[in-house]
Design a protein around this ligand. Structure first.
Ligand code: GUN
Ligand code: ZN
Length: 443
């Protein structure tokens, strides 16, 4: 058993549907009691402290907000080494940089090194769960899940499927992709906190036979996830329509193969029709909003408030999409999502923003029964946000007059520096201020 003391922020409802006050749960001085990796009790310190067994000394976090860990619904771990690649839009960027880099993951030692670095960067940013693309190489998936198992992080990941329109060294076949995925599912899916995600890269790099094989995997195994890219860029969309002339839309290519449903996560969805949104609503599929990537590649502006329209709301999570995205920090991602919403003539407030990065992401991934909230029974995946982390944050936050204002300043100015510590299933796996090694595997 352990306990944390400090101010808390969490959600009980969706602030896109109801007034912020009814959704946000805030204690100025709370005690969070953790037992067996889960939150056992949370409430005002003065009311709860009597329930803490003598000998359990709370870890105190002054000048901070205790929050559920962030959830990144779309990220490519092999692309961390090529973040910030200059000068192209999506299709050229893939050919010139991404497909060159991903070939290195045939080498398992390289994949291990990258997985090690990536997971530490996620935890440093306060992110405790992510939907992660590996590469086409099964060893890239093994390297990732092995490292995630050491931290005991709840992760969703899978082998990329590609059987055309990429360099020979990155191609599988419909059958080989099926067999390799099947073996990885048997090895990793629902082992501890790991979840397997069937991952056809996007329609242009898979034949119809491969998309069908991906659908067959989803039917064969329970509880699998599916991730791919959708409607990111105009040239990409035109290419898809020319490759699949018999389909009525880009999304229909996936729907026809049985890839659109609960636990399906579509990255980007920048250029969606009303029909596309309706299909996602009806099937329970989710969208990963990736603002830093969409700005970096010049892909376009995601219409968040259209996506979540209350007449047919679509589940939306926040994605960093590194390496097209420019930061693994969900605070920085929110900073850009505010601007993307503003350019569409809408305003994303701080309560809505922090919901998106926590419970909203969990809801998009159908993990909101155990992740995304500080609530008894929920997994103790937690980040501690230090609003005095930098001189500017400290100076600016001293003028904040409300929690809403403080949250907004944190997402505007904050990044990994503002993460004081990260807990995974109740263990402090990252402590910014610890002397020596800041990361610790789960015991
Ligand atoms: N579409 C297909 N593959 C990718 C990728 O790796 N990154 C992005 N942003 N879009 C893609
Ligand atoms: Zn992506």
């Amino acid at each position: 058993m352990k306990a944390l003391r400090g101010a808390t922020v969490s959600f009980r409802q969706n602030p896109f549907e109801q007034a912020a006050e009814t959704c946000l749960v805030h204690h100025e001085d709370a005690l969070v009691i953790i037992e067996d990796g889960k939150i056992q009790t949370i409430g005002p310190y003065s009311e709860i402290i009597a329930r803490l067994p003598t000998g359990v000394v709370p870890t105190e976090y002054p000048n901070a907000l205790i929050s559920a860990g962030f959830i990144d619904t779309h990220v490519h771990y092999p692309q961390v080494e090529m973040i910030g690649a200059y000068g192209s839009q999506l299709l050229e960027w893939l050919n010139n940089y991404t497909f060159v880099t991903e070939q290195k993951y045939a080498n398992e030692a390289h994949a291990e090194l990258a997985a090690r670095f990536f997971l530490r960067e996620l935890l440093r940013a306060g992110t405790t769960t992510a939907a992660v693309y590996c590469t086409v190489h099964p060893q890239s998936v093994n390297a990732f899940f092995e490292e995630s198992t050491r931290f005991n992080t709840c992760m969703v990941a899978g082998k990329v499927l590609m059987d055309r329109n990429a360099p020979e060294a990155l191609l599988d076949t419909a059958q080989r992709g099926y067999d390799e995925s099947d073996a990885l599912i048997a090895r990793w899916h629902q082992k501890g906190r790991q979840h397997y995600c069937v991952t056809p890269r996007f329609a242009p790099t898979s034949t119809e036979a491969q998309l069908e094989a991906a659908g067959a995997l989803l039917r064969k195994w329970d509880g699998l996830f599916m991730q791919t890219h959708l409607c990111e860029n105009q040239n990409e969309i035109e290419w898809v329509l020319s490759l699949f002339p018999q389909r009525s839309s880009y999304l229909d290519v996936y729907a026809h193969a049985g890839l659109v449903g609960q636990r399906s996560v579509f990255g980007h969805a920048v250029h969606m029709t009303e029909q596309d949104f309706c299909t996602c609503h009806d099937t329970g599929a989710a969208l990963a909003h990736c603002p830093t990537s969409n700005l970096f590649l010049g892909s376009g502006l995601f219409r968040l408030f259209d996506a979540i329209d209350s007449r047919r709301p679509v589940r939306v999570g926040l994605g960093t999409d590194v390496g097209a995205g420019t930061s693994l920090s969900q605070l920085q991602t929110l900073n850009e999502s505010y601007k993307v919403a503003a350019l569409a003539g809408t305003k994303l407030n701080a309560t809505q923003s922090f919901y998106l990065a926590t419970l909203g992401g969990a809801h998009a991934l159908y993990l909101d029964h155990r992740l995304g909230r500080l609530e008894p029974g929920f997994d103790a995946d937690i980040c501690i946000l230090d609003y005095k982390a930098t001189p500017l944050l400290e100076f600016r936050s001293s003028y904040c007059e409300s929690l809403e204002e403080l949250l907004f300043v944190l997402m505007t100015l904050g990044d990994d520096r503002a993460v004081r510590a990260t807990y995974v299933a109740g263990e402090c796996v990252y402590d910014r201020d610890r002397q020596g090694e800041k990361f610790r595997y789960a015991p």
